[in-house]
Design a protein around this ligand. Sequence first.
Ligand code: SF4
Length: 124
Amino acid sequence: MNEAQTESNELGKANKRRMISSNCWWGAIGESGAVKMCNQVFNRFHITPEGYFSICGAQRENLLVAADVNKLSLLEAWTCEIAKEVRKYFIDKYLPVNIQCYNCQHNANIQAAPLCDWAVEKEC
Ligand code: SF4
């Protein structure tokens, strides 16, 4: 293999690594396909521009919004039932296929459902 081929091969490997991790900030994909713990849901508090509490900073289209901080205290948002349910998914190592985290963990691209319908219905 010549120098150009070696360089191209290395670039291809780097791009493949980027593609594999592109769905997840934390590279949470398990080699066995098992759900790995994600610290985003346990020790991060993300606020969207609308003032919503999202369980992940890598969420898109408000799919991982769990509460509205315009209406709830930070503590109420953090301890809301939806956030607790998502944390339980990780503790139980079971993710429903329709949550964005499933795509993140399995490098999939399945249309995810929002945790809260109201968060995706409003125009920004
Ligand atoms: S999408 Fe889910 S699994 Fe991926 S980084 Fe965010 S909280 Fe973690």
